[in-house]
Write a protein that binds this ligand. Structure first.
Ligand code: PMP
Length: 456
């Protein structure tokens, strides 16, 4: 393969260490080098086109060629290419975007803190929760509960929140004071004859038991994605959220909704907190906030969070936290334009409609011998593959089936992602019904090819 590689491919192998990649295998197989984007499609260095069924990393809401975002960035570069928000300073776009975000928040929120990535945002939230407990004179109220299979980032603290072994193994994580409760995957984990409602009651009871075991007065916050993304696209079962929220309220535990994937229309409403009736104290946003054209994340805090933090900063003299590039003016300018476009073009309603079509088409594959469960909401879906439908098992090596399908699908011109044996679909919000059909038809073809390989 080596001598057929073009320069960028061999440069990549020789000089580039990749995130979420097997570094040794990469040296053998080399990279997929993407060089261009157009709508929901991207093109590789050999001129092959792919439908990007993951919107990059669950994030490119407006597709890969939205000129207005480029123009918004260019305008801001010309006017003010950098300024910060430290020491009582700001720039006009940050103030403007903060107000726009508070205006559209699904529950009353008070202030916005800008950061650059989902991980940084969640790290910041942990610090602000601890700071708040100190402000309230509750130094022992510091533990934060997250969920197994939840994904909240990769920095030392946010990776600790993440409930996936791959983010802890080899890194000496998680850190202390982070706890994990069960993942609500009804299809896989329900007991014989248990209804969704009964399963949700059991999930809430497990949370209650964990809180009692640790001591309710030591638990500061609970963090969750309304729909789990990177853990396998897990949609909560009926009554799950109302029961979980009742437990949190009972013990005065803060609720942090990580809407890094769900926010800005993904579930068919502007925020998944609306879709599921959530009342978070903190809302974490990133990815679709700027369609990922620029790195940007935002934390929305309610009064219950803001007031003690403000008092503590007054007592200590300063809130000793912030990132040089947090709320970078170019990123924020892109964020403002991105939101304007989502609103002007009714892309949230579009995501709901085209998402319903995507789910209908995926559910039609339910009879395929390799399909175990189809799950999703709005324009995000997961299809869990199995070999044995009744036992819900895949191949002996977990993830092997998923990897085989993803490879065939890529050859057919669709980029998706396998989370173990679950195939994720999370295309740009601008995708059309015809493009959804192209995506699902090719997925079916890939399933047929792999089925032939594993049974033939
Ligand atoms: N939270 C959620 C729900 C995410 O999906 C992600 C990224 N996939 C993150 C946080 C971390 O974001 P980042 O990769 O920007 O640090």
């Amino acid at each position: 393969m080596e001598n057929t590689l073009i320069q960028q491919e061999s440069d990549d192998i020789n000089y580039h260490l990749h995130p979420y990649t097997n570094a040794r295998k990469h040296q053998e197989q080399g990279p997929l080098v993407i060089v261009k984007g157009d709508g929901v499609y991207v093109e590789d260095i050999h001129g092959k086109k792919y439908l990007e069924a993951m919107a990059g990393l669950w994030s490119v809401a407006l597709g890969f060629s939205e000129k207005r975002l480029v123009e918004a960035a260019m305008r801001q570069f010309e006017i003010l290419p950098f300024y910060h928000q430290f020491t009582h300073k700001t720039h006009d776009v940050a103030a403007q975007f903060a107000k726009r975000l508070i205006d559209i928040a699904p529950v009353p929120m008070s202030k916005v803190f800008f950061t650059n990535s989902g991980s940084e945002a969640n790290d910041t939230v942990i610090k602000l929760v601890w700071y708040r407990s100190n402000a309230l004179g509750l130094p022992d109220k510091k533990k934060i509960i997250s969920r197994l299979k939840g994904y909240h980032g990769v920095t030392v603290a946010s990776a600790s929140l993440t409930g996936l072994p791959g983010n802890h193994r080899g890194f000496d994580l998680p850190i202390d004071r982070i706890l994990h409760t069960a993942c609500p995957h009804y299809w896989r984990d329900a007991q014989e004859g248990e209804s969704e409602e009964q399963f949700s009651t059991r999930m809430a009871q497990e949370l209650e038991n964990l809180i009692q075991k640790e001591g309710p007065e030591t638990i500061a916050a609970f963090i969750a994605e309304p729909v789990m993304g990177a853990g396998g696209v897990i949609v909560p079962p009926a009554t799950y959220w109302e029961k979980i929220q009742a437990v949190l309220e009972k013990h005065d535990i803060l609720f942090i909704a990580d809407e890094v994937i769900c926010g800005f229309g993904r579930t068919g409403k502007m925020f998944a907190s609306e879709t599921f009736g959530l009342k978070p104290d903190v809302l974490v946003l990133s990815k679709q906030i700027s369609s990922s054209y620029q790195p940007l994340s935002a934390i929305l805090l309610n009064e219950k969070m803001f007031n003690p933090i403000a008092d503590e900063s007054n007592k200590l003299g300063v809130l000793g936290h912030g990132f040089t590039a947090g709320g970078h003016p170019v990123a924020v300018a892109v964020g403002i334009e991105n939101l304007t476009i989502i609103q002007e073009r009714n892309l949230v309603a579009h995501a709901a409609t085209v998402g319903a079509h995507m789910l209908k088409r995926l559910h039609e594959l339910g009879n395929h011998p390799l399909v175990g469960e189809v799950r999703g909401i709005g324009l995000i879906a997961g299809v869990e593959l199995v070999i044995d439908k009744s036992r819900k098992t895949a191949l002996e090596v977990p993830g092997q089936l998923g990897t085989m399908v993803i490879k065939e699908l890529q050859d057919l011109g669709v980029i998706s992602r396998n989370i173990g044996d679950t195939l994720a679909f999370c295309p740009p919000l601008i995708i059309t019904v015809e493009q959804v059909d192209e995506m699902v038809n090719k997925f079916k073809q890939a399933l047929d090819i792999v089925h032939e390989k594993v049974t033939g």
